[in-house]
Design a protein around this ligand. Sequence first.
Ligand code: PAF
Length: 294
Amino acid sequence: MRVITTIQEMRKEISKQKSHSKSIGFVPTMGFLHEGHLTLLKKARIENDIVVLSIFVNPLQFGPKEDFSTYPRDFARDQSLAECEGVDLIFYPSVEEMYPHKTSARVIIQDRTDVLCGKSRPGHFDGVATVLTKLFNIVLPTRAYFGTKDAQQVAVVEGLISDLNFPIELIPVEIVREEDGLAKSSRNVNLLPEERAKASVLYKSLTAAKEAIDKGVRDPEAIKTLVSTMIRSESNGKIDYVEIYSYPQLKSVEYLADIFIIALAVQFSRVRLIDNIILDLGQEIGGENECFDT
Ligand code: PAF
């Protein structure tokens, strides 16, 4: 496994691999790897000749009051985890390497960002899309792997790849959870112990929503109330949003049908956590009510 810190060296290595017709699986991350990332790496390892992991905490996607400086970082640990997963190349650039001067071009996302995290974090997805455009142009991946915990990110990246014609296959990978249901996230370490003990209510509330839907509830407002009430009664987290939208279009729904996402974001004292489930009622007309979550 090689660690590469410059764009020039990365380009040299990628063009060598491409000249041997190697397929490249790319897992972009901000580091502090957890099992969710390892699942992406495992899948990339199975499906590609070369696996590239990028580790870059991208300042462009953090708002001025957000956690860029406290975002957890541990490169030595990430490196040994990556080695265990059979990663071939780690791209680990500095901020100066990625943004050496005030940039004159950036990517603006015009659709699907006026809701959920896009609404609470203005400019966030422009920052994500800009860094991904740079990373895609440097790594030239065959396939790129993203976790569906950031379901809005997956929807935005799908639009980015298709609208800007990147010849890349997007592979969404389902959420990996702790034993108590809390979605794995690099940010979980910033929960206080008493907050961590109660944070399982996020997934419990989504599971309760799914149960209510399985029993026939179709009013999105009733489901949102159920989820919010459970979170408020079982944790001290402050709800940023609990929303239901069609997926992946992220449009409002007045009645639950077809594929939709129930998504939530909750602010704890030092960290804001997100979670979601995506359900499919599309089979309902035939009598079978198939639900799945991600
Ligand atoms: O999901 C993340 O970790 C980041 O948003 C990404 C995709 C690596 C871009 O910085």
